[in-house]
Design a protein around this ligand. Structure first.
Ligand SMILES: Cc1ncc(COP(=O)(O)O)c(C=O)c1O
Length: 429
């Protein structure tokens, strides 16, 4: 049995302290393994993939249960009188958090729904083009393809992105694609750009302000997929000024899964409707259309209140600072163990997720093509998981830093991946 299958989270493993675990001006924490008690991870399980599904704290679950209980105690009072003010309160708190008007926010269940809401409300006409990066999230890419399939002469223009690139190079490549398109003078127009603020795989924090400003200067509508952003990077919507933005609160903000917020400026609201049309259509206006999606459990959305309370308690800036430093330093540590590198040398392109190159000799190894092979190996043998993917001719893994992790966890993960890859490479020798 591998010595790596059992990983201790005890304090003995914490000798190699993260340099940034020191108090910051925001008076944080404490962070690291002391935070494990606030989450639900059982002893022996370390979570390295917060980015995929997020997780919430015990206090957030209590907050959600508070809403649950209120509904069950009096469903009529709740649904007919209390639900709407509760949703308004959450929107008000989020508006303050993201610096915008609460009436420009709609609460939806996830980014997939938010993306569908906007794309399926817009009146695409023949000749419209949708600009997107090749690293766009799969489900979002499928939605833009659905729009093309269901509208005559609407097509995607894809900007190939192979990291590492500087911010300047990313903006340049997108702008060059626009200029090449304009030079064709074929009567089509780029109507909308669908841009990830933080892409999923590889995880890259894009120069979003520069991209939004540049795209808008060409008269292109900009829809920012910020699925990973709230809780990972500060959002100032008044400053960023996108046309649409969606962000998942259930990833990095710590609310319960099924809670996201969609930004729709007032100038667009009359033409945007929920994906499931409901009773307020054409009579209730934007706020009412998005305050009731039929009979549903709204406690996940309302748990955003509990998530914001938890973040206030431990320090918003401190949480962001700790996770980012851990991603940077943890990624470097893993790369050292694996004898490889992280995807980007530019720390500001890293949020809380870091991509580390895996030294796999044969990236076309049939085992790696078997969908569940690495998932089962990592979960069954080592009781941990990080997603892995091909990018630019190499194999990478994406690791999520979080306030319950320490540098020693990244070292452990690095050694696990080394053992997995050494065995794989030996079979291919
Ligand atoms: C960039 C990006 N967009 C959209 C999504 C979809 O989010 P959800 O599954 O919550 O709808 C994800 C999920 O990981 C993502 O990473």
């Amino acid at each position: 049995m591998s010595s790596l299958t059992a990983h201790s989270q005890g304090s003995a493993a914490t000798h190699d302290t993260l340099s940034s675990a020191l108090p910051t001006p925001a008076q944080p924490g404490p962070f690291g393994h002391k935070q494990r008690k606030n989450f639900f991870m059982p002893e022996g399980k370390t979570e390295f993939n917060h980015g995929s599904y997020g997780t919430f704290t015990r206090s957030v679950q209590e907050n959600m249960m508070k809403w649950h209980n209120r509904v069950e105690e009096n469903p009529d009072r709740w649904t007919r009188l209390d639900l709407k003010p509760a949703l308004i309160k959450v929107r008000t708190q989020l508006a303050e958090f993201m610096n915008c008007d609460k009436d420009e926010l709609a609460l939806v269940q996830n980014t997939t729904i938010g993306v569908n809401t906007i794309l399926r409300s817009l009146d695409f006409i023949p000749g419209d083009r949708i600009l997107q990066l090749s690293t766009l999230y799969d489900a979002v890419d499928k939605t833009t393809r659905y729009i093309c399939d269901t509208h005559k002469d609407v097509e995607i223009i894809e900007v190939p992105i192979v990291m590492p690139l500087t911010d300047h190079e990313i903006v340049f490549q997108v702008e060059k694609m626009i200029q090449d398109h304009l030079a064709k003078k074929d009567g089509s127009r780029i109507r909308l750009a669908m841009i990830d603020w933080i892409s999923s795989v590889p995880a890259v924090l894009h120069p979003i302000k520069a991209l939004v400003d540049m795209l808008k200067s060409y008269g292109i509508l900009v829809f920012v997929d910020a699925a990973h952003v709230i809780g990972q990077v500060p959002i100032d919507l008044t400053y960023l000024n996108p046309d649409f933005l969606i962000t998942n609160c259930h990833k990095w903000l710590y609310s319960v899964r099924g809670s996201a917020v969609l930004f729709v400026p007032k100038r667009f609201q009359s033409s945007i409707h929920p994906t499931s049309i409901q009773v307020a259509y054409k009579t209730g206006g934007f706020e009412n259309e998005f305050s009731w999606s039929g009979t549903l459990d709204y406690s996940t959305i309302l748990s955003i209140e509990g998530a914001l309370e938890f973040r206030k308690q431990y320090g918003e800036d401190a949480i962001i600072h700790y996770c980012h430093r851990l991603a940077v330093e943890g990624g470097a540590k893993m790369a050292e163990i694996l004898g490889t590198n992280v995807l980007t040398p530019h720390e500001h392109q890293v949020g809380n997720m870091v991509n580390v190159r895996l030294p796999i000799k044969n990236i076309n190894d049939p085992k790696l093509q078997t969908p569940d092979y690495l998932i089962r190996l990592l979960l069954d043998k080592y009781n941990l998981f990080t997603p892995s993917f091909k990018h630019g001719g190499y194999f990478w893994t994406r690791v999520s830093a979080q306030i319950y992790l320490e540098l020693s966890d990244f070292e452990h993960l690095g050694r696990v991946w080394k053992e997995v890859i050494d065995e794989l490479n030996a079979e291919n020798a």
